[in-house]
Design a protein. Sequence first.
Length: 395
Amino acid sequence: MLDIADELNRWCAEGRDFAVATVVGVTGSAPRRPGAALAVDAAGEAVGSVSGGCVEGAVYELCQEALESGTARCERFGYSDEDAFAVGLTCGGVIDILVTPLRAGTAARAVAESALAAAASGGPGEATALARVVKGPSGMLGAALHVGPDGRVEGTLGGHPALDATAAGETRALLDAGRTATIEIGEEGSRCGRPVELLVESSVPPPRMLVFGAIDFAAALARAGKFLGYRVTVCDARPVFATPGRFPEADEIVVDWPHRYLESQSQSPSAGLDGRTVVCVLTHDTKFDVPLLERALRMPLAYVGAMGSRRTHLDRLARLREAGLTEGELSVLRSPIGLDLGARTPEETALSIAAEIVATRHGGTGVPLTGAHTPIHHEPSPGPSPGDPVTTGGV
């Protein structure tokens, strides 16, 4: 539900009644992951998606029914020969959907409003999480807890008091990791007793993309980064090139030596550099590249890539070894940057780089899906693994 927080926060401000259908479980191949949501208001307007089109019509009707009845329900949609082209997932997967009515003036609505407002603000420090019952004792389905950015807990799951305390602790742990996942707790807050299954949705500020080198390729990459949901910074030591007019898509333009800026950001708790941050070095200049990479490759980042020819790459590696970097640290570097798409233009090159970032994030191989036997949808990992092998090419 928090993935469509902007729209739903607006609906709340306008006083609309609505119901939300949320993916709470996935088995096999399915286009959307847990947390994906479709919402329908009392007038029939819809936002979001739970399946990329496979079961949207049926889920839309479930939302209308839940809004009318005021009762939460859970439904399963899956593939079968009989319903493959009626109501089902023709891709072969199975998804579980929680449908929750959120009428103005109800306790469930108050908890949702608080979570949606925090998620919609999206600013630094505005990490928030929403935990909802997806399986459990009668009457608890859809009950919610909100863990706010300040750690404050709102709402109740309606069972044993210890259940709320344990659920809040588990939710905080997932929020700290920036993860959305299902968890199981005993109905009295322990690991024993009848299980209560919760979906915990985490909403954290957008990850950062740091693009070093104010060149035309950087402008195209800034657009691609924004499209992927990153907060994009373009940094260059040359003020004549690092201007807002040249990079209208970037969230911020910084005039500074790249290594100095990266170091200042790494020392600032509010800067938002973390294991989701990607660094793209496009400067093509040893005096900028080497000091910058010397620092970036020693930081726990999601992705570090550097543009240049294979000859430039070998020279850069030699200089970084002289600077004291280990082979393990150097193995993190994606250089030449990007996947082998045969890219020529700045836009094509940005696509190549963006593709490698996505592949690194999800453990993809970068090979064509046609004729391959690799999974289409990869299971999300608990956190980014910068050292995972990814096919690289020359840009």
